[in-house]
Ligand binder design. Structure first.
Ligand code: AMP
Length: 189
């Protein structure tokens, strides 16, 4: 089975729509014959997306660090849980296990993981489409910032087109199936 890596907050945030969206994404993952790979936690939107996939009869692979596991933060009902020594090993394992990366609303952890994944597509380290599921405009400012980066020539316009911000799961699904990774980055002095 192909898995989608979902990155999201270990908090639920202030707006109910974030949890509603996480539940919708979980159902969509199962309906589209994907499994879920995620950080293995039980708190916040991480717990919501895992529960949603499981409740809809899907498969969930959690990948957590030893430290977080020792603090009893792991979800206890997953299809599979891997416990790895470091955050870097955990992030690498999540990418190796997935065909696409989707972000739900989240904090710095979510941003770091998605930023790393997208930046790696530009230098050819990975080939997964990266998508911000923009529930209730949560990522509008980040989308504008990526556009500003492009205008100011820190991001190639063609590479920018390979990063999707969308609140439509239909659009996200089509983007994943028709995705072509960006051409390898070229450099000028
Ligand atoms: P944030 O978006 O800042 O809430 O961070 C979420 C990300 O940080 C997750 O994708 C995890 O990599 C990591 N993380 C932070 N807290 C936890 C937790 N309680 N359980 C599992 N992972 C966590």
């Amino acid at each position: 089975m192909k898995n989608i890596a979902v990155y999201c907050g270990a908090s639920t945030g202030t707006d109910k729509s974030y949890q509603v969206g996480a539940n919708k994404l979980g159902k969509w993952i199962v309906q589209n014959n994907y499994g879920l790979t995620y950080g293995g936690g039980s708190y916040g939107l991480m717990g919501t997306i895992a529960d949603s996939v499981l409740e809809n009869g899907g498969s969930v692979h959690g990948i957590i660090t030893q430290k977080l596991f020792d603090r009893k933060l792991a979800h206890t009902g997953l299809s599979k849980l891997d416990i790895l020594p470091t955050m870097n090993q955990r992030k690498e394992a999540m990418l190796n296990d997935s065909v696409a990366c989707i972000a739900l609303p989240g904090g710095p952890g979510t941003l770091e993981e998605m930023s790393e994944a997208f930046s790696w597509t530009i230098i050819g380290e990975i080939e997964q489409p990266c998508i911000f599921y923009n529930i209730n405009h949560y990522y509008d400012e980040l989308e504008s910032f990526f556009d500003s980066m492009t205008e100011k020539k820190f991001l190639d316009p063609k590479a920018r087109q390979t990063l999707l911000f969308s609140d439509s799961l239909d659009e996200i699904g089509q983007f994943i199936t028709s995705y072509t990774p960006p051409k390898l980055r070229k450099y000028t002095k």
